[in-house]
Design a protein around this ligand. Structure first.
Ligand SMILES: NC(=O)c1ccc[n+]([C@@H]2O[C@H](COP(=O)([O-])OP(=O)(O)OC[C@H]3O[C@@H](n4cnc5c(N)ncnc54)[C@H](OP(=O)(O)O)[C@@H]3O)[C@@H](O)[C@H]2O)c1
Length: 235
């Protein structure tokens, strides 16, 4: 059943494709971008009147507060929040001694603290939602037990922390009936994933859409791949 969804990082890549997938299915989509100029997003809003673009920078308290207020003006409740916005500092193959240590802070600020900030702001509307779900877009790079190399230090650390945040929020919000799940989108052709990835953003978004649509409270605190299967990514 269609409902209302807020998606961060919808200016391009997976967040953009996911916004279109939900809009096509008739959802009211609050598709957010940190920049007011996000041509891809504003163009698609002309095609789908149920897709409402808005500005939301996950690093900025007042931007997040203003976005939440703008959403609350248009709807009494939110059924889904997708925390998709993320950064990937560096090239990914740097050795420890070659890393810019500031990258750890950058990755955690956006990929973890940003998720906490947006989730806090969205909670009042989520609490009134139908089968409310918080979906944190994680990554296989965040799996501690799968880690066999030294790639993506700051990004991997931030996604492992995001997985922990997911578990903690799942425990806290269980009594509110809010499902909190980490989903891995697969390796996807975006600016972050690069051109050699096997999946297009549209392919990833299609399976993410189906999985998000059918998430139940039993999925709370789980780390699933885009098809909704557990086990591919061990914590
Ligand atoms: N692509 C892959 O292979 C892959 C694999 C595993 C997991 N993921 C995850 O999937 C999600 C989407 O990744 P993607 O591949 O679509 O990445 P992408 O193409 O690099 O897009 C990242 C998005 O995040 C936004 N963003 C960054 N900082 C932000 C901030 N402070 N506030 C609001 N938005 C911000 C960007 O906005 P701007 O346009 O303004 O920069 C952009 O819309 C991320 O969580 C990523 O970690 C991707």
């Amino acid at each position: 059943m269609a409902g209302a969804i807020l998606i961060t990082g919808a200016s391009r890549g997976i967040g953009h494709a996911l916004s279109i997938a939900f809009a096509k299915a008739g959802w009211t989509v609050f598709a957010s971008s940190r920049k007011p100029q996000a041509p891809l997003l504003w163009n698609v809003a002309r095609e789908f009147p149920n897709l409402r673009p808005l500005v939301l920078d996950v690093l900025d308290d007042s931007s997040v507060g203003e976005a939440a207020a703008a959403v609350a003006k248009e709807t009494d409740s939110l059924d889904v929040l997708v925390n998709n916005a993320a950064v990937f500092p560096g090239e990914g193959d740097e050795r420890l001694e070659d890393l810019d240590l500031a990258w750890f802070g950058e990755a955690v600020e956006t990929n973890v603290t940003g998720v906490a900030r947006v989730t806090r702001a969205a909670l009042p509307l989520l609490r009134k939602g139908n089968r409310p779900r918080i979906v944190n877009i994680s990554s296989g790079a965040g799996s501690i037990s799968d880690k066999e190399d030294f790639s993506y230090y700051p990004y991997s650390v931030s996604k492992a922390a995001l997985n922990m945040l997911t578990r903690a929020m799942a425990a806290e919000f269980r009594t509110d009936g809010i499902t909190v799940t980490a989903l891995s989108p697969g390796w996807v052709q975006t600016e972050m994933g690069g051109p050699n990835a096997p999946l297009t953003a549209e392919q990833s978004a299609r399976s993410l859409y189906s999985t998000i649509d059918r998430l139940t409270p039993e999925d709370s605190g789980r780390f699933l791949n885009r098809d909704g299967r557990g086990g591919d990514y061990a914590w």
